[in-house]
Write a protein that binds this ligand. Structure first.
Ligand SMILES: [Zn+2]
Length: 502
């Protein structure tokens, strides 16, 4: 068989797998949103069934032989075809290193752990979740061995899986800067009084009006019911399948109206990334985020660099005043800006301000490091988390809901959290570069996202996985990755708001 024919066969197989993936995408979104509590287990069973079907095709001898043949002859393929083969080949190599029964068991464990996490929150009993988590931790230890790669720190293997080119040594450099420059600044600011009209703290904002505002902001950002939808969950997330369908969720809190607004801007940022990809990538292995860090850079860019800027706050103020005229009668733009950028040592990562955000991540990173270096046992995660929280943010969580298990992420893997902090730093580099050609503040005052989306589409989104994280940074920003813009941005912004001089 020639290369052309082999590629045709590869595409046919891909089409079949992508249909199973599509079914799972719908089920996966449904189980988190509309599916009644009593039928969730059944939904997970059906999802497992489809995942296994897809996996059976991917790992069949026929598919693998064909993929290997194409990989060995990749020089004969066009660039776009070659990249698909390389991406798939890399993934299949990894899958083949994992014993098949362990892989299947692990997929089921992940779902069960996610469900156990949700149920544990209701009565604050984490014993079931901890049982599932222990299994996942031991799987990850085995996974590190199965990969048969050299490492300096066991976590390196997991970190590199989540973000190409990153390991403990590199992240340590990054987080050392956070410890040196950001932790002391955050501690200092947390001790200062609030700078905004504190009437905002006690106001209630009707959920349905918030939904209307959500719709208006999404439309402004170019995210509509033509290419997505917004539903409700405890933990907001984004789930996409191709450049025509990327869905998001949010959570409404009547006493924290900004929580929903920034959450939606965040998730819409993730969605726009996938919606902005070259449609040629649809239903290929190249569709999706090139790395977790780049994905997060797009969401944090929208949420913080734009959403929490003074310029956008002005626009937001006019929207809020229209919907809540009474509530906002004594509130100024300045109040809103300082409220949106209020620095506090509260416990929730998802509600954290920009300054303490990376400290929340630093804490999780240090827990993961200690766990995989066997300095602590899984039973000691909570104490370690609380000790670190106290050390860096000066307060101690009183239970696991406030502390180590507030996030669901460890039920789907380790090494994920650091990419969140990295995303902020990538975003700072994009922001800095974008400012050279766009007047971001004027655009934000008008709520005009189109030129910004165009810039991001062209420099970041369009490539999907066909370009690596660090390549995108280098080509777009004309320099290698550096956290310096991020650190400078945070210091400038918050020293100015809180009027602190060195
Ligand atoms: Zn995100």
């Amino acid at each position: 068989m020639g290369v052309k024919e082999a590629f045709k066969k590869y595409k046919e197989t891909n089409e079949l797998v992508s249909k199973y993936n599509y079914a799972n995408f719908i089920l996966g979104f449904d189980v988190e949103t509309d599916c009644p509590e009593k039928d969730k287990e059944r939904s997970y069973e059906v999802q497992d069934f489809f995942r296994q079907k897809a996996l059976d095709i991917i790992l069949s001898k026929e598919t693998q032989d064909n993929l290997k043949y194409l990989y060995d002859n990749k020089e004969l393929l066009e660039e776009f075809e070659r990249k698909q083969i390389e991406e798939d080949y890399k993934e299949v190599l990894k899958l083949n290193k994992i014993p098949h029964d362990e892989l299947i068991k692990h997929m089921q464990n992940e779902n069960r752990a996610g469900l156990a996490w949700k149920r544990a929150r209701i009565n604050l009993d984490y014993s079931n979740f901890e049982k599932e988590l222990n299994e996942l931790i031991s799987y990850n230890f085995k996974y590190i061995d199965w990969m048969k790669k050299e490492y300096k720190h066991p976590l390196d293997i997991l970190l590199d899986d989540m973000e190409d080119g990153f390991n403990v040594a590199k992240y340590d450099e990054f987080f050392d800067l956070i410890k040196k420059d950001i932790v002391p600044l955050a501690k200092k600011i947390c001790s200062l009084p609030k700078l905004y009209n504190t009437k905002l703290d006690n106001m209630k904002f009707d959920k349905y009006k918030q939904m209307k505002i959500t719709e208006e902001i999404c439309a402004m950002m170019g995210y509509t019911n033509q290419n997505g939808c917004v539903r409700e969950t405890i933990h907001p997330f984004t789930n996409g399948i191709n450049s025509n369908d990327v869905r998001i969720t949010t959570a409404y809190d009547e006493s924290l109206f900004l929580s929903n607004i920034y959450s939606v801007m965040h998730e819409a940022g993730h969605a726009l990334y996938e919606l902005g990809q070259d449609p040629r990538l649809n239903e290929t292995s190249l569709f999706g985020g090139t790395s977790m860090g780049i994905h997060e850079s797009q969401s944090r860019f929208m949420e913080n660099y734009l959403g929490r800027s003074y310029a956008f706050t002005k626009k937001l103020y006019s929207i809020l005043k229209k919907e809540f005229p009474e509530e906002f009668s004594e509130i100024t733009v300045d109040d809103l800006y300082k409220y949106a950028n209020y620095v506090s040592n509260q416990f929730k990562r998802t509600e954290a301000d920009e300054l303490t955000y990376s400290i929340h991540i630093l804490i999780r990173y240090e827990v993961e490091k200690a766990l995989f270096n066997k300095e602590i046992t899984p039973e000691q995660i909570s104490d370690k988390f609380n000790d670190l929280f106290e050390e860096y943010l000066g307060v101690r969580p009183s239970n696991k809901l406030e502390g180590c298990f507030q996030d669901v992420h460890w039920s789907s893997g380790f090494g994920y959290f650091p990419t969140y902090a990295l995303g902020n730093a990538y975003a700072a580099m994009f922001y800095n570069k974008m400012k050279e050609t766009l007047d971001i503040d004027s655009l934000m005052e008008e709520g005009n996202f189109a030129p910004i989306n165009e810039w991001l589409d062209k420099n970041v989104h369009t490539f999907g996985k066909s370009k690596k994280n660090l390549e995108i940074i280098k080509d777009t920003c004309n320099e290698d990755f550096t956290p310096k813009y991020y650190i400078e941005y945070l210091k400038n912004k918050f020293e100015t708001i809180y009027n602190i001089k060195d």
